[in-house]
Design a protein around this ligand. Structure first.
Ligand code: G3P
Length: 308
């Protein structure tokens, strides 16, 4: 399990310069105690999931992607755009991330301009890498170039599919407003590939020179390997690494921790210094729940009957 340590002071100083989140309206005698608390976004495109969370004040932003839009029922780009527009309208003025689906720089910039028109609160989500996995002829630096081009056009961006701290650093260099490290997919990877024989190395990097006997290993993890595969927190370690790098260099790009699987990861991401957490709606629906809260309420309500 991840344990926070003394890098926290640097993170705190960085957060102090970030935009306040819970700003009290004029005339309040009690200032809000969580002025710069991390913001929580919902990671969904399904309107019915969002409404109860937004009404409860649990979320103040949204992230979507093509998979989530498909899940929300979009069967064409026009339908996807309609859903994205409704989400932007509903969440206004809070940010809604809308992902590009084009794969070349000029088309991506044109599509970003198209998505930007869906709402002033839109944020354009740009995959930072993975282009050559789709087509070897594509430019591997497409995402970074698009991030920079959109920054030059004053368009807010969310660099997505981040799996190591250098991807995050380069996205920030390119001008990304947010970076989205996918901590759950990293943890999934560690569980699926639980192989203590792996060579030590920095897991969050591709290291083609450290292959296993089958020649198929291209990722490993120092702490994970050192603990014989017992530690599965490489996703949280990634948040911590990015927070430390950004704090070291006063980088204002916000760390938008994504791809959550459970409450433990939510708590760990908060400890690790994430600026924003985007969490699936089924997890968010249960934030006020605990079996002992249930038991406590049952007894308090039962005992309060003595007063009627
Ligand atoms: O915001 C990114 C997120 O949607 C990815 O989550 O659950 O598909 O790994 P997941």
């Amino acid at each position: 399990m991840f344990v926070a340590d003394n890098y926290t002071a640097a993170i705190l100083l960085r957060r102090r310069e970030m935009e306040p989140v819970n700003v009290a309206k004029g005339g309040k005698a009690i200032p809000h105690p969580a002025l710069r608390a991390p913001r929580i976004f919902a990671d969904t495109a399904t309107f019915n999931d969002i409404k109860p969370l937004f009404e409860a004040g649990i979320i103040n932003g949204l992230t979507t992607n093509p998979t989530l839009l498909k899940k929300a029922g979009a069967k064409s780009w026009d339908e996807a755009k309609k859903i994205m527009k409704n989400l932007c309208d509903y969440l206004k003025p809070y940010p809604v991330s809308l992902e590009l689906t084009e794969l070349t720089q000029d088309k991506m910039i044109a599509q970003a301009e198209e998505l930007r028109k869906l709402g002033e609160n839109s944020v354009i989500k740009v995959p930072v890498g993975g282009y050559t996995a789709i087509d070897k002829a594509l430019d591997p630096h497409t995402g970074l170039k698009v991030l920079r081009a959109l920054w030059e056009r004053d368009i807010r961006t969310n660099a997505t599919l981040i799996f190591n701290s250098t991807q995050a650093y380069w996205a920030a260099q390119a001008g990304a407003t947010y970076v989205s490290p996918f901590l759950g997919r990293l943890a999934d990877f560690a569980y699926k590939n639980d192989n203590p024989e792996r060579n030590p190395g920095n897991s969050l990097y591709r290291i083609d020179d450290h292959k296993n006997a089958k020649g198929d290993q291209n990722v490993s993890n120092t702490e994970y390997v050192a603990s014989g595969g017992a530690r599965k927190d490489i996703g949280i370690r990634l948040i911590r690494e990015i927070a430390q790098v950004f704090a070291n260099y006063d980088i204002k790009t916000e760390i938008l921790a994504a791809s959550f699987r459970n409450f433990a990861q939510v708590s760990e991401a908060l400890q690790a210094g994430a600026d924003i957490l985007t969490v699936p709606s089924d997890i968010l629906m249960k934030v006020a729940d605990h079996p002992l809260s249930d038991a406590g309420m049952v007894s308090f309500v039962e005992d309060s009957k003595a007063f009627t």
